[in-house]
Design a protein around this ligand. Structure first.
Ligand code: FMN
Ligand code: EPS
Length: 362
């Protein structure tokens, strides 16, 4: 068996390795400043927001997700070596996946991964494609969030929609750091509680029918200085999109008013500039804090669309790869009926790593 790994970043290189049903998963971070004290209590709190098994709306797989430092830390502070932290997988149930080696799940990675890797990769639990890999991403994200505070940058996210039910969006001009603090304390992070209950009903209805639902996470970064990013392939959108699309089940990304801008006239879409004391600001923020790939100093806002969880208990059509016949598939096992809730801190982590990488090279 080979262990796959994948890396993100130019100045801060984040490499994630392991698999959902291997002994452990983990992350190595190259390029952190030396002598930084890492707040592990905050990291654990952050990891707990993503961890499986914490509510009726998530997979019942229970994992403590305890970060264990392997190297790169001495007396609680970073050294000049890369930092490696792992998480043990303690609650695997690989039997759930025995049949799926031959009968791939629609919408999961099983089929193309089996063609590409054969039996050389352990695909149980989704292997290296599993959302389990977002736990080490959140370790790196927790560290990045901590470092970004020194730059005066804060990041927050919420469930923007589940199915067709929408939360109140962030106000793209007036959104404040304080809005993020209360969201972080919520197990179902929405701004409008009534909409949150309606979203819960949507998930419960799908679950009762052996089905799943998708949704959108909205994320915002405040305090990003003017001038981060660059033209064409150095754009903030391009850079963040690479790490965002590394999150399993992300199928679309919007920056600012995104697809909506296409229905507007220039006079409606353009954000007029004005002087706020000595600072140049815009009256509206359709551009979501990015112009020409470069930060404008306004709140940086984006939305990520997540598809419905592939593994559903409803009967589905698939094939037997060995027999080359059509096959009815019944998936058992432990799955999120909606991935969006646990994805909220994952999106914050990805945004933090992406921005810290850009800032480190600016
Ligand atoms: C937080 C989170 C939890 C997820 N939980 C599950 C799950 O329980 N079952 C499942 O089949 N897919 C789950 N997924 C989605 C799959 O990992 C993903 O759809 C799959 O790897 C295929 O990748 P793709 O959708 O990006 O093409 C989850 C995704 C996220 C972000
Ligand atoms: C374990 C996690 O989520 C898993 C993500 C996942 C998938 O296919 O993405 C499938 C399930 O794996 P298993 O069948 O092993 O329970 C989820 O539980 C986690 O996020 O930590």
């Amino acid at each position: 068996m080979i262990t796959l790994s994948s890396s993100f970043g130019k100045n801060l290189k984040v490499t994630i390795f392991g698999g959902s049903h291997e002994n452990h998963i983990g992350v190595t971070i190259h390029g952190l400043p030396e002598g930084i004290a890492i707040d592990f209590d905050r990291m654990k709190k952050f990891l707990a927001r993503r961890a499986p098994g914490n509510s009726a709306f998530t997979t019942p797989r229970k994992e403590p997700d305890t970060p264990v430092v392997q190297s790169g830390l001495s007396h609680g502070k970073t050294t000049s070596e890369p930092l490696t932290i792992i998480i043990e997988n303690t609650n695997t149930r690989s039997g759930d996946y025995a049949a799926l080696r031959d009968i791939p799940r629609p919408a999961h990675a099983d089929y193309p991964a089996s063609v590409k890797y054969g039996d050389s990769v352990n695909m149980s639990g989704g292997g290296p494609f599993s959302a389990r890999m977002t736990a080490p991403l959140c370790i790196a994200g927790a560290i990045a969030l901590q470092l970004l505070e020194d730059w005066g940058i804060s990041i927050g996210a919420h469930i923007y929609s589940i199915g067709t039910v929408h939360d109140t969006p962030f106000d793209p001009v007036l959104v404040r750091t304080e809005d993020f603090a209360s969201l972080r304390e919520k197990s179902f992070p929405v701004l409008n509680e009534t909409k949150g209950y309606a979203m819960g009903d949507v998930i419960q209805t799908a679950m009762a029918e052996g089905d799943s639902v998708g949704g959108v996470v909205e994320c915002c970064a405040l305090g990003v200085p003017v001038g981060i990013g660059g033209p064409m392939y150095d754009s903030i959108e391009g850079h963040l999109s690479q790490i965002f699309f590394g999150i399993p089940a992300v199928k679309g990304i919007e920056f600012g008013n995104g697809f909506q801008c296409s229905a507007l006239r220039g006079s409606q879409n353009n954000d007029p500039f004005f002087m706020d004391g000595n600072t140049v600001k815009t009256v509206t923020n359709n551009h979501g804090g990015i112009l020409g790939g470069i930060s404008s100093g306004m709140p940086l806002i984006c939305r990520l669309a997540f598809k419905p969880t592939p593994s559903i208990s409803k009967e589905q059509h698939s094939v037997s790869l060995s027999n080359k016949t059509n096959q009815i598939l019944h998936i058992t096992g432990r799955h999120d009926p909606c991935v969006v809730i646990r994805a909220v801190p994952v999106v914050e982590a990805a945004m933090a790593i992406g921005l810290l990488d850009l800032l480190s090279g600016n």
